[in-house]
Design a protein around this ligand. Structure first.
Ligand code: NAD
Ligand code: ZN
Ligand code: ZN
Length: 344
């Protein structure tokens, strides 16, 4: 069996032969249906040694769905062949955050030296994925794991971010999404489903803006030197209550800050190392800035409910495991229509 592993920092990952381990007590072996390729993986591959506390090698892929293949001793409530989503942030399972289902905020993360499968431990870019506990699995119902995998990050992360902003998103308000890629296409739909806000998509690629329009977004703004003025115009000079930056460069942060209205919220999700200068007049008065991380288990169940109701469309491009490097290259080049999902 094969797995796409990060073997050395700043070196291209490799597709390698790996052994499949039988699930130990409490563990569940998943036959991978699909695993999404996330831009965070590209960041990860490019990091120098010592930045992340992860032991190498490990298998990439933190956005996975599949079928239960084998149950470790003591695991109940799951059946072989059952389709499941794999909740990605793997915490200690015992701290208060984990008990609240917020393993993305596990208090023991530094002891664990990993953030989950595919981010420090073996993930889903493989034929099989060993999940440490059945608490991390969500029954998938009728959805196909190959299409549903992006729910666990591309949809869950913006869902978690948008939920925190919902009280601001009243009738007459405006929400701006910068970056209409894998996460952004989900963010745009989630805003439309969850709020009465007017939703505006911003992207540097005309193809991504066309896709945003297909997903029902009325206003699409090309990210260039005119974007700030264009956003001002669209909001009648007032600015937006909510701006979500899914890119996170200096330029997009400046665009986001400039698009806010007083008391607005800037939510930074994109991890590109851009810096937002902060001083009293850096943002309109009384704005808030938040950088949310992934999402909680209950939120994943909520996202799944939206998908099951047909209210979230996933633009999935499938790649067999042998072509995983090609999928990442398309992601790097910006030539994907939506999310690349590796289907071993
Ligand atoms: P993606 O490549 O699919 O999407 C990025 C989009 O941004 C593309 O459509 C691209 O055309 C667009 N873009 C690039 N430069 C732009 C610019 N200057 N102005 C406007 N648009 C621009 O990536 P993704 O997988 O959706 O990930 C998005 C970001 O979210 C990444 O930085 C990733 O690391 C981050 N991320 C964060 C979390 C978190 O928990 N905070 C979780 C997952 C991903
Ligand atoms: Zn991710
Ligand atoms: Zn914990």
């Amino acid at each position: 069996s094969k797995a796409y592993q990060l073997i050395e920092w700043q070196q291209p990952p490799e597709l390698r032969d790996v052994d499949i381990r039988e699930p130990g007590p409490g563990e569940v072996l998943i036959k991978v249906g699909g695993t999404g390729a996330c831009r965070t993986d590209l960041n990860l591959m490019g990091l120098p040694a010592g930045v992340m506390p992860y032991a190498l090698p490990f298998t990439l892929g933190h956005e996975t769905a599949g079928w239960v293949e084998a149950l470790g001793a003591g695991v109940t409530g799951l059946e072989r062949g059952e389709p499941v989503l794999v909740y990605g942030p793997w915490g200690c399972g015992r701290c208060i955050s984990c008990r609240q289902g917020a393993e993305n905020h596990c208090e023991r993360v530094s002891e664990l030296r990993s953030h989950g499968g595919g981010v420090g431990r073996d993930g889903g870019m493989a034929h099989y994925l060993l999940v440490p506990s059945s608490r991390l699995l969500v029954p998938l119902g009728a959805l196909d794991p190959r299409d549903a995998a992006p729910l666990t990050d591309a949809a869950l992360t913006p869902y978690h971010a948008i939920k925190q902003a919902l009280p601001r998103l009243v009738p007459g308000s405006t929400a701006v999404v910068i970056g209409a890629g894998g996460l952004g296409q989900m963010a745009l739909q989630l805003l439309s489903v969850l709020s009465p806000s007017r939703v505006i998509a911003v992207d540097a690629s005309p193809e991504k803006l066309a896709r945003a329009r297909e997903l029902g977004v009325q206003d699409a703004v090309l990210s260039n030197e005119h974007a700030a003025g264009h956003l001002r115009e669209l909001t009648h000079g007032r600015g937006a209550e909510f701006v979500m930056d899914l890119v996170g460069t200096h330029d997009t942060l400046a665009l986001a800050a400039g698009a806010l209205r007083p008391r607005g919220q800037l939510t930074l999700v994109g991890i590109s190392g851009g810096v937002l200068p902060f001083h009293f007049f850096a943002l309109p008065l009384e704005c808030q800035v938040v950088a949310p991380y992934w999402g909680t288990l209950p939120e994943l169940v909520e996202v799944l409910a939206l998908a099951e109701a047909g209210r979230l469309r996933m633009t999935v491009e499938r790649f067999p495991l042998e072509r995983v490097a090609e999928a990442y290259q398309h992601l790097r080049d910006g030539t994907l229509k939506g999310r690349a999902v590796i289907t071993p």
